[in-house]
Design a protein around this ligand. Structure first.
Ligand code: ZN
Length: 219
C-alpha cells in the first residue's frame, strides 16, 4: 500500500493495482504538489464530506478518469446532478467492495451541507487504512480500532474544525494503529499545528509518519 500526501486531507492510495484518491482538494490548496488536471488516471474517489476543502476536485477528476465516486448517498446524488453516473452510494455501516477494494464509512463528528460527514476505512491485500475525515474526538474510535484494526490512521490535528494534537493523541490511544499520518494542518493559518510536537506526545503508542506534500509512505 502506497500513500502519497497531497496536502491538507488529500491523499492518493495505491494498492492492488488500483489508484484511489481520498478528498482530492487540489485547486485552491496552497500545499498541493500537483494540479487536478495532472491526474489522468484514477479508479476510485472517496469523499468524506461536502466541504470545499474535501469534495475539492473530485467531480472533475471523476469525469476525466471515469473513476467511481464512493461516498454517502447524498453526495452521490450530487455527483449524479453534476453529470456523473458512475457512483457507489453507501453510508456509515458495513463495507462494500469496489474494484476489489473494501470500503466502509465511519462516523465523524463534524458538519456538512450534503448529508452527514464521515470517515473511511480502505482495506486491500490484508492492509487497512483509516482516514478520519474531519472530526472531533469521539470514544467510538475505540470501536473503529476494534472492528477494523487499522494499520495506518490518517488523523486531522489542526484544531479549530477538527481534533487538535492533544485530542489526536487520545484518538491514537483509542485506535491503536501501527502508523499515524497527521493531516488537516498548516494548510491555512486557522489550522496551525506542530506535527513534531504531536509525534513527541504520541511517543511509543504508535509510529507517527510526518509526510511533506508530495511524499509517499510505503507499507
Ligand atoms: Zn469539513
Amino acid at each position: 500500500m502506497k500513500i502519497t500526501y497531497l496536502g491538507h486531507s488529500a491523499v492518493k492510495v495505491e494498492v492492488s493495482n488500483k489508484i484511489i484518491y481520498i478528498d482530492p482538494f487540489l485547486s485552491g490548496n496552497p500545499k498541493a504538489p500537483i494540479t487536478a488536471d495532472q491526474i489522468t488516471s484514477a479508479d476510485i474517489i472517496i469523499i468524506t464530506h461536502d466541504h470545499g476543502d474535501h469534495l475539492g476536485d473530485a467531480f472533475s477528476i471523476a469525469k476525466r478518469t471515469n473513476a467511481w465516486i464512493v461516498s454517502q448517498y447524498e453526495i452521490t446524488v450530487l455527483a449524479n446532478e453534476n453529470g456523473i453516473q458512475k457512483v457507489e452510494p453507501m453510508n456509515i455501516g458495513g463495507p462494500i467492495s469496489v474494484e476489489g477494494i473494501k470500503i466502509a464509512l465511519t462516523p465523524a463528528w463534524h458538519t456538512s451541507q450534503t448529508g452527514g460527514p464521515t470517515g473511511v476505512i480502505v482495506q486491500a491485500l490484508g492492509k487497512t487504512l483509516y482516514h478520519a475525515g474531519d472530526t472531533g474526538l469521539f470514544s467510538d474510535m475505540k470501536l473503529i480500532g476494534e472492528l477494523y484494526k487499522p494499520d495506518i490512521a490518517l488523523l486531522p490535528i489542526g484544531g479549530r474544525f477538527t481534533m487538535d494534537i492533544y485530542q489526536a493523541v487520545k484518538a491514537v490511544e483509542f485506535i491503536r494503529p501501527k502508523y499515524v499520518i497527521p493531516i488537516h494542518y498548516n494548510t491555512f493559518d486557522l489550522i496551525k499545528a506542530d506535527p513534531e510536537e504531536f509525534k513527541k506526545l504520541v511517543g511509543n503508542l504508535s509510529q507517527v509518519v510526518i509526510l511533506e506534500p508530495g511524499e509517499t509512505f510505503n507499507y
